[in-house]
Write a protein of this length. Structure first.
Ligand code: G3H
Ligand code: 13P
Ligand code: NA
Ligand code: ZN
Length: 304
């Protein structure tokens, strides 16, 4: 059934596990993720960015998500807006049937972030929709020294959550989006997590949580790709974060890598093939594999 983020993460808190939030843009991604949820019996968050709303032209996304729900009546699913930028975008997502939205005012001054988030919370809660907000800016800890990156301040976070009434808080602890998260060894400020959680008492969200498995990167490169120096968040760090209060783990890049590796492999190994099903099918299988392994690692498996 469709559930809210609030419901989903409350169960996760009770069970002490994390729920993967996977980005979707097309049918194969949605199907691959739902296949993994079925196989592992996991609750799941399907999230769409503004880019995804645009790419799918809204109507397709709406009906693809409905299909996922209809085909999987036993799996608890959240439809979530990822990185919403305005009340306008939030309204669009809610009109499509989303049960949760993120409003990302993390680039704004504190007071402006509070005001924007508060306005979204009022609108969403009136409609039974959950809200994730963000405080701090994503980026590597080394960049923090240069003042470009602001890790989440626990004291500010407490005031932010109290004043906005958001249901979940995305924190900046040294992760970043994409396949190149760290220059050298992965470094995260995991010590911030228990301190933030103790003060805010709402489930925490980790963006930029792809692990960028080297075997997928190697596969991409083996079949003609060119990715050098990519690095992700080690699974053990995510598991540590889950123990400390992180409940929603955002993963997009790992799915992109799985798709690209699978498609490139078919193109190189079977250059005579030209039926899209012959490469999008394997891509869908590859998505299911990486997502299922994340669901197991985050402890969500068996909780649907
Ligand atoms: O946070 C970004 C997500 O990976 C979505 O990416 O904006 O390119 O769809 P996108
Ligand atoms: P990754 O780029 O690490 O997959 O992060 C995705 C994300 O945070 C989406 O909001
Ligand atoms: Na999000
Ligand atoms: Zn993100």
């Amino acid at each position: 059934p469709l559930i809210t983020l609030y419901q989903c993460l409350r169960e996760a808190e009770k069970g002490g596990y994390g729920v993967g939030a996977f980005n979707v843009n097309n049918m194969e991604q949605i199907q691959g993720i739902m296949q993994a949820a079925r196989q592992t019996r996991s609750p799941v968050i399907l999230q769409a960015s503004r880019g995804a709303l645009k790419y799918t032209n809204l109507t397709y996304l709406k009906h693809l998500l409905q299909a996922a729900l209809e085909e999987n009546p036993d799996i608890p699913v959240v439809f979530h807006l990822d990185h919403g930028d305005s009340l306008e975008t939030v309204k669009t997502a809610i009109s499509l049937g989303f049960s949760s939205v993120m409003i990302d005012g993390s680039h704004l001054e504190f007071e402006q972030n509070v005001a924007l988030t508060r306005s979204v919370v009022e609108y969403a809660h009136e409609r039974g929709v959950s809200v994730e907000a963000e405080l701090g800016t994503l980026g590597g800890i080394e960049e923090d020294v240069a003042g470009k990156v602001k890790l989440t301040d626990p004291v500010q976070a407490e005031e932010f959550v109290r004043r906005t009434g958001c249901d979940a808080l995305a924190v900046a602890i040294g992760t970043s989006h994409g396949a190149y998260k760290f220059k050298a060894e992965p470094k995260l400020a995991l010590d911030l997590v228990p301190e933030i959680y103790r003060r805010v008492r709402v489930p925490l969200v980790m963006h930029g949580s792809s692990s960028v498995p080297q075997e997928l990167v190697e596969e991409v490169n083996r079949y003609g790709g060119r990715m050098a120096g990519s690095r992700g968040v080690p699974i053990e760090s995510i598991q540590q974060a889950i123990k400390l209060g992180v409940r929603k783990i955002n993963v997009d890049t790992d799915i992109r890598l799985a798709v690209t590796a699978a498609v490139r492999k078919v193109f190189v190994e079977s250059p005579e093939k030209f039926d899209p099903r012959e490469y999008l099918g394997p891509a869908r299988e590859a998505i299911a594999r990486v997502v299922a392994s994340r669901m197991e690692a985050f402890g969500a498996a068996g909780h649907a």
